[in-house]
Design a protein around this ligand. Structure first.
Ligand code: ADP
Length: 479
């Protein structure tokens, strides 16, 4: 292909081909037995222009036009006398048309050149980019891969093209990936993000993170496009951090629990002897160790969630009644606060009561912690369209709109928090979200900076007696 292109761009080819063709046609025309061509020589000359343009472009077509005019004047004109003025007019018209055609060919060439330049520019960007790009058909068969993919996977392009992308994914993750791919091909989603392990040369696994897009509707693309980068070092670092958190929380749990136990024993002894001063100090130690135990439990929960090991014990309970009891307890702990609770009566849900309690206490504690100087909270439980929604509204600091999703991520805290709200690890909402997700519900927040926050979560309402019985039976068989 490149050889033909080189030949076409050769100046000698561009000049010699039209001259030779024009000469050949003139010779043919001069043969008396080709009657038709003699009467209408320009018909064949047009052929010369088109063939020359196809071989050598617009430059050749100009040469062809001029050669035909010159050769016809030298060799054909004598044969046309005494009608030579008609021949002259015909030649002029041919010359004008030939030059016009050459102009058109030149324009087409310029458009083609621009298109190929922009294609080369985009190809260059893709090929020089450190991000890998891969195109597959509906079934995941690789059709194109950028040089970055070859470097990333350390494999030859020839070995990868034609292979299914699923074959590169780690066996533990391939089913989930297939499922995502099916959703994409069934147009249930138009794109999905992924973080997967893929095999490189020598059976080494690396982590890649990226986006898969369905671009079948794009006329010039018509494939699935995967864009990704190597995030192995980041993931390995995260894993090390997670291991550290897991080991440290395990190591801390036993001594802190013993401290709490010993303090309780000491408190009982001092109670008998009525040593008020000591009692006060011991109560403080007990409170602080309780906080520590809660923190360690939260950290362990994060690891359990990551490993899919957080245990759940489902049962049927009235969320509304649960809120009534909890709010009564909070009222005794925080006597200066006003807790306004509204509900439409019993709201039966099917879930793990202890885990839901974890969510509720996290939301209530946050509402208090992040509302310095504000002492009124509104809590509501109501049922709508088969779902029970619980909302906890405070008048505190509020959350900027752009961070309302992020606060549910692990270890995420708002950076502009005032000093009095500084303690915390940013895992409470992450755990809450995971718990609600396990119940098939949703969790979110409304409001904005300065105007308080309204946290909410939803759970399926269990209404019918038959459904209640059924769920009870199922839970019994599970337990
Ligand atoms: P922690 O409270 O330990 O930092 P959470 O996961 O419970 O962790 O909360 C994450 C972040 O969300 C908090 O650091 C805080 O910035 C913000 N946040 C949570 N609840 C509220 C609230 N009711 N009002 C304002 N900000 C909140």
């Amino acid at each position: 292909m490149a050889y033909i292109e080189k030949l076409q761009n050769n100046i000698w080819v561009q000049f010699s081909i039209p001259i030779l063709l024009a000469a050949a046609v003139t010779w043919l025309t001069l043969h008396p037995y080709i009657e038709v061509s003699y009467r209408t020589p320009f018909l064949l000359y047009f052929g010369v222009i088109f063939i020359s343009a196809a071989i050598g472009g617009s430059r050749s077509s100009i040469v062809a036009t001029l050669s035909c005019v010159i050769l016809s004047f030298i060799f054909l004109l004598p044969g046309y006398s005494p009608n030579s003025e008609f021949f002259g007019i015909g030649t002029c018209i041919f010359l004008a048309e030939g030059l016009l055609l050459s102009g058109l060919f030149r324009r087409v060439e310029k458009i083609q050149q621009k298109l190929s330049e922009s294609e080369q520019r985009f190809r260059g960007i893709i090929e020089k980019s450190a991000e890998g790009m891969l195109m597959t058909d509906n079934s995941g068969k690789i059709e194109y891969l950028s040089p970055a993919v070859i470097t990333l996977l350390n494999q030859e392009s020839g070995k990868l093209v034609g292979k299914r992308i699923q074959e590169l994914i780690h066996p533990d993750e391939v089913l989930e990936f297939e499922d995502q791919l099916h959703k994409l091909s069934r147009k249930e989603v138009s794109e999905f993000e992924f973080l997967r392990q893929v095999k490189t040369k020598g059976d080494r696994w690396i982590w890649i993170e990226g986006l898969a897009m369905d671009l079948r509707a794009e006329k010039s693309i018509r494939t699935f496009v995967f864009q990704f980068r190597d995030v192995t070092s980041r993931i390995e670092l995260e894993m090390q951090k997670e291991d550290f958190v897991q080991i440290t929380s395990h190591e801390l749990k036993t001594p802190v629990t013993s401290i709490k136990g010993f303090v309780q024993v000491l408190k009982k002894r001092h109670q008998k002897e009525q040593r008020e001063q000591d009692m006060m100090m011991l109560s403080r130690i007990e409170n602080q160790s309780e906080k520590l135990v809660k923190l360690i439990e939260d950290l362990l929960d994060v690891t359990r969630i990551k490993n899919g090991e957080l245990p759940y014990h489902f049962s049927l309970f009235d969320l509304s009644a649960y809120f009534t009891e909890t709010i009564a307890i909070y009222q005794t702990i925080y006597p200066n606060y006003t807790f306004t609770f509204t509900s439409q009566g019993p709201a039966y849900v099917y879930g793990d009561k202890d885990r839901i309690a974890q969510v509720v206490s996290n939301l209530l504690n946050n509402a208090i912690k992040y509302s310095p100087g504000k002492t009124s909270l509104e809590i509501c439980v109501h049922t709508e369209n088969g779902r029970t929604k619980a909302t906890i509204k405070d008048q505190g600091l509020g959350i900027p709109k752009d961070q309302q999703e992020k606060i549910f991520e692990r270890f995420y805290r708002i950076s502009t928090l005032p000093k009095e709200a500084h303690n915390g690890l940013g895992i409470g909402l992450y755990i809450s979200k995971e718990i609600i997700k396990k119940h098939g519900g949703q969790i979110g927040v409304n409001g904005q900076t300065g105007s308080g926050s309204e946290f909410w979560f939803t759970l399926d309402t269990v209404k019918q007696q038959r459904e209640i019985n059924l769920r009870f039976e199922n839970s019994n068989t599970k337990l």
